[in-house]
Structure formats: structure tokens, C-alpha cells
Design a binder for this molecule. Structure first.
Ligand code: FMN
Length: 326
């Protein structure tokens, strides 16, 4: 896939974004077959053998080379993530059409993935990192904005998209609280090309989230999302109810009033010297397994459909929203 024209052939310009614990081969395959772009993080496979197998399952279902339906894999580039190089080797073996990088400098990934004709997108939370990724030659930037599930950004998409558009003519993808077809259309109006949707896909039949997690998403609204850097060391958004269930009782005053609770919880983690957040084999897994992450877009989620039905629902919302404003 040497160019970005594939976006025009999608049913909707959406990447089902990679989610630790939640995304699996089934979700990726269902998303790409439904006409959007499925993705998963390599760290969701406990071993390299399991990752190899996941890649094989996906390529068998979605095809290879020029004929492949678009799908993406997410890799963490960091010395702290011990499997970075090995995961990259498997990426080069299976040649996913799109590789999404998180954290470090994507230059090496860009060089290697471009050699086989793949595209590289990097997720960024500010202009400084956007410029670095642009100089590394990425094809697309994923602007993770305020209200995103997982590790969130702080910027408003209104501010961030226009700043990046001025310096970058590649693909711009926006993430953060996008849970409806209306929001997908809105980010296109801003000048972005695609939406990056995570939280909405937690509540689907194919996701690996537990029933408890899915129900909590259905029950929550934006004010039930607590932003904190106390859980993993960097800013993330967490479902308040799951914090309470873990013995932390944030009150409506927000994070300030709960610092002592958080301190009690994180001291053991600090003692372990926090390593990689997205590594299922490490003690950190509890933070994603028992303390659930979600973005502020939870409020517009009221069902747990199959991915195919969800994409149909999003398509109808998108069309209705378009007819309302034209
Ligand atoms: C439970 C959960 C796990 C996540 N894990 C990852 C991950 O492993 N790698 C990654 O790059 N982003 C991860 N993210 C962030 C998403 O890919 C994406 O940026 C975010 O979900 C978009 O915001 P939204 O959830 O409001 O739609 C995660 C998000 C959630 C909710």
C-alpha cells in the first residue's frame, strides 16, 4: 500500500485504535471487514510466538500485499520496552499495511516499513513531537487530543489540528472522545482525514473487555472519567467507578482531593520503578485489567453491538449529521 488513497475507499474514515488488553485479532478482522481500519498493539500478545500467530490469523483473513484490506499494528519504540526489536522483526515478516508507532523516534521503523511499501503513522500529543515525527518521514500523524482513552493528550483538536495542518500535508488522524458518526464528520470539517476511535470499540461483541468493563462504559458519562498521571506515571483517563472498586474513592471534587488515596496506591508501584505500561507480562497489567481506562466519549455509548452493526450505526449518524449541516 504505497499511497494513502485507500482512505477514499473506506466505508468510513475511521481507525479502530489499538488498545492494551482490549484489541485482538477478532476485533481487527471485524473492523477491517466492516470497511474501517482495525488495529492492535503488539504488546497484547504475551509471547513472540503468540504475536506471530496473531499476524498469521490476520493476514489469512484480510489478505496480503496490494490486495490486503487495510489494517494496522501498534508498536512501542522505547528502550524500556524490551521486545521493541523482536516485534519489529515480526512486523517486517508479516508486512502489515500500516504501522502505528508510540513513544520514541520512528525513523528506523519508517525506513524499514517503507521498504516493503507500508505506511507509518505516529501518535503525538503536541507540536514538538509532531515536528520530530515529520522529520523522521512518517506518512501520518495521530493527534491524541484531550479526553482520549488510555494515555491522553491535553490539547483541544480545534487548536492542534490547525497547527499541524500548517506544517504537514500528510494524513492527519484525530483521537479523543470520538464515539459517534457526528464526531467523525466534525473532525473532517476541522481539516483532519481520519478519526481514531478506541473507547467506542471497547463496548463491542468482539472486544476482549470483560462484561464488567463494558457495563461500566455503558453506565458512565464524561464526568465519570478521571484524568490522572498517578496510575501509570503519565496522564491517562480512567473510569471513576473502577478506581472506587480498586479501593480509591475519588469524590466529585476531582483528582486533587484524592491525592492521598492515589499516593497509597502508587507507592508500591514507584518502588518497583515503573517500567513499561503496555506490557501484559509485568506487574503493571493490573492497572489496565482492574483499573479501566476510557475516554470522555463514554456518554454517547449505549449498546454493545457487533463491529459490523456499530459501523452501520456510525455510518447512519455520519450521513444524518451531514444532511443536517448542508
Ligand atoms: C483501554 C485502552 C487501552 C489503550 N492501549 C493503547 C495501546 O496499547 N497503545 C496505544 O498506542 N494506544 C492505546 N490506547 C489509546 C488509543 O489507541 C487511542 O488513542 C484512544 O482510545 C482514543 O481516544 P478514545 O478512547 O476517546 O476514542 C488505549 C486506550 C484505551 C481506552
Amino acid at each position: 500500500m504505497k499511497n494513502q488513497n485507500y482512505i477514499n475507499h473506506l466505508r468510513l474514515p475511521i481507525i479502530q485504535s489499538p488498545m492494551f488488553i482490549v484489541s485482538n485479532a477478532r476485533l481487527v478482522i471485524a473492523s477491517s471487514k466492516a470497511g474501517i481500519v482495525g488495529s492492535f498493539p503488539t504488546a497484547n500478545s504475551r509471547t513472540l510466538e503468540a504475536l506471530d500467530q496473531t499476524f498469521t490469523e490476520i493476514t489469512q483473513a484480510l489478505g496480503t500485499g496490494e490486495e490486503a484490506l487495510p489494517w494496522a499494528v501498534n508498536i512501542i519504540i522505547s528502550k524500556m520496552y524490551a521486545r521493541s526489536n523482536d516485534d519489529l522483526e515480526l512486523i517486517l515478516k508479516h508486512k502489515p499495511p500500516i504501522v502505528i508507532t508510540s513513544l520514541g523516534n520512528p525513523a528506523e521503523v519508517v525506513k524499514k516499513v517503507h521498504e516493503y511499501g507500508g505506511l507509518v503513522y505516529s501518535d503525538v500529543i503536541n507540536l514538538y513531537h509532531s515536528k520530530k515525527a515529520i522529520s523522521a518521514g512518517v506518512d501520518g500523524l495521530i493527534l491524541v487530543c484531550n479526553g482520549a482513552g488510555g494515555h491522553t493528550g491535553d490539547l483541544s483538536p480545534f487548536a492542534f489540528v490547525s497547527e499541524v495542518r500548517e506544517i504537514f500535508d500528510g494524513t492527519i488522524i484525530v483521537g479523543g472522545s470520538i464515539s459517534s458518526g457526528d464526531s467523525v464528520l466534525a473532525i473532517k470539517a476541522l481539516g483532519a482525514d481520519m478519526a481514531y476511535m478506541g473507547t467506542r470499540f471497547i463496548a463491542t461483541k468482539e472486544s476482549d473487555a470483560t462484561e464488567e468493563y463494558k457495563q461500566m462504559i455503558l453506565d458512565a458519562s464524561a464526568t465519570d472519567i478521571i484524568k490522572s498521571n498517578k496510575i501509570t506515571g503519565v496522564n491517562g483517563n480512567w473510569l471513576e467507578q473502577s478506581l472506587k472498586n480498586a479501593g480509591i474513592s475519588p469524590n466529585t471534587g476531582g483528582i486533587q482531593s484524592t491525592l492521598s488515596d492515589f499516593k497509597k496506591m502508587i507507592m508500591p508501584l514507584i518502588k518497583q520503578k515503573l517500567k513499561v505500561d503496555f506490557d501484559v507480562s509485568k506487574a503493571t497489567a493490573k492497572r489496565w485489567r482492574d483499573i479501566f481506562s476510557a475516554g470522555q466519549g463514554v456518554g454517547s455509548i449505549s449498546n454493545v453491538p457487533s463491529v459490523e452493526d456499530l459501523v452501520l450505526e456510525l455510518e447512519q449518524q455520519y450521513a444524518k449529521s451531514k444532511s443536517r449541516i448542508i
